[in-house]
Design a protein around this ligand. Structure first.
Ligand code: PAF
Length: 283
């Protein structure tokens, strides 16, 4: 595995590879890697000649400074995992490489309603930060395929929109990999590292609440189901930001189900100080 810290060096290297006809897959991450990240790399390795992973804890996407300060960093372990999984290139830039001259948020991405719903409404500015860094990373790596996890359902939709807005979508294909789960059902997440053993056991309630919605879905009003799932979480001591049932294609809230519309259930809730998110496609 080759490690790059400088954008220009990585860009030059990849340009040479592109001229040799090599196809590139790219998985952007914030490190604290787990099997979910490795599954993105594995998907990339199947479909590309070269696989690039980036690790950068992006300051502009954290609306809560405490969350940024406490974001888990396990770089030595990450490097071993990536090497063992056959990653070709790791991009590990310092902050000043991604935000030269300290410029943090200079561009505004017109994300429309995606920015005001769910994660967008509870984490103001978050998706602008995501777009800023993903845009910058894509301009450096110029991959053929971009790998992201369904765990961040709304982020995947935002990045799809970013690809449209920037025109990068003409050459970059977004590939979404399914969420990996622990045996208990808990969605794998870097933030799980911040949970105690007892909290990790309790955290499975988020998956169970979403699964309750999936199991009990029937045509008609969805309000009661959504309220039951919320009550399950609050009853177990979670501070719930939202439990929502939405159209799987647009993320618009779904109030009544006609038995055919494709739906997704999404949740975000705090367990202690740690905010966890998850989602399930319902049908
Ligand atoms: O999903 C993440 O880890 C981050 O939001 C991403 C896409 C790497 C951008 O910083």
């Amino acid at each position: 595995m080759i490690l790059f810290k400088r954008a220009a060096e990585l860009r030059n290297y990849l340009e040479k590879q592109r001229k040799k006809g090599k196809k590139t897959g790219f998985a952007p991450t914030m490190g604290a890697l787990h099997e979910g990240h490795i599954s993105l790399l594995e998907a990339s390795k199947k479909e590309n000649d070269l696989s690039v992973v980036s690790i950068f804890v992006n300051p502009t996407q954290f609306n809560d400074p405490a969350d940024y300060a406490k974001y888990p960093i396990t770089i030595e372990k990450d490097i071993s995992l990536l090497e063992a999984a056959g990653c070709d290139i790791l991009f590990l830039p310092p902050v000043e490489e991604m935000y030269p001259s300290g410029q943090m948020l200079k561009k505004k991405y017109e994300l429309g309603y995606l920015e005001t719903l769910l994660e967008g409404s509870f984490r103001p500015g978050h998706f602008q930060g995501v777009c800023q860094i993903v845009h910058r990373l894509l301009e450096i790596v110029l991959p053929d395929n971009l790998y992201m996890g369904q765990k961040d359902y709304q982020q995947c939709m935002v990045v799809k929109k970013l690809l449209e807005l920037t025109g990068l979508g003409q050459t970059v294909h977004l590939q979404i990999s399914p969420t990996l789960r622990e045996k208990s059902g808990l969605a794998m997440s870097s933030r799980n590292m911040r949970l105690s053993e007892a909290e990790r056991n309790a955290a499975v309630a988020i998956y169970q609440a979403l699964d309750h919605i999936r199991e009990n879905l029937k045509p008609g009003s969805l309000k009661e189901l959504q309220q039951q799932a919320t009550a399950q979480l609050t009853g177990k001591g979670f501070r719930v930001d939202y439990v929502a049932i939405a159209d799987a294609g647009t993320l618009y809230p779904a109030e009544d189900w006609d038995g055919r519309q494709k739906l997704v259930a999404l949740a975000a809730a705090f367990l202690g100080e740690v905010r966890l998110i998850d989602n399930l496609l319902l049908n």
